[in-house]
Design a protein around this ligand. Sequence first.
Ligand code: DX5
Ligand code: ZN
Length: 228
Amino acid sequence: MIIAPSLLASDFTRLGKETERAVRSGAEWLHLDIMDGRFVPNISFGPAIIEAVRPHARKMFFDVHLMCSRPEILLEPFAKAGADLITVHVELHEQVTPLIWKIKSLGKKVGLAINPPTAITEVQPFLDQIDLLLVMTVNPGFGGQSFIHECLPKIQQANVWRREKKLKYHLEVDGGINHQTVAECARAGADTFVAGTALFRQHNMTAAVKKMRQIAQANDPSLADLNV
Ligand code: DX5
Ligand code: ZN
């Protein structure tokens, strides 16, 4: 299993130190939320920030989540800045196929994200082309929101498809993940857990990561075997 603290919830006045705190916490990935003020009603940060924090986490896997209307203009800058995996949203419809190919051509892993109101069937045509499926468990745009329980059946469905089709994509959840909701997501089949508030806003992030891992594994023992 993978735990991915979201830098969005970190102290922006000390991004280098915050990134090092995530490395030391034992989390496998760092989740980077990119918001353009158009796809979502908020703006976060761009490639320059990723480039700036990269030397503070040389070996960590950078999971870049693009909540952007025109990701095609951003793929190369984020690839160069240090992204390992780039996720785009299925709500971009006909843009999705060319975006997947462009990400692959840059030598990066591909993620596909789906918002809470969007039907899970929308991702079905892409499942054999992706490395990660991100089921959003809040409406994207802001950290610190409450988990939307109605998203759980979508995680279950994505897990069933993964098994039936013998695919290997990571099943990631993002939004309102804490020590309670991680249990429900693990039972539904998720294996990759993004958490901002529940990890970066804790005094002892290492303990928070350890506890999140224990709870996930207690709810789905197969998570003990999974890794990057
Ligand atoms: C929401 C972002 C999330 C966010 C999660 O738009 O995609 O990654 O940082 O934050 P928490 O864990 O605080 O809900
Ligand atoms: Zn995210």
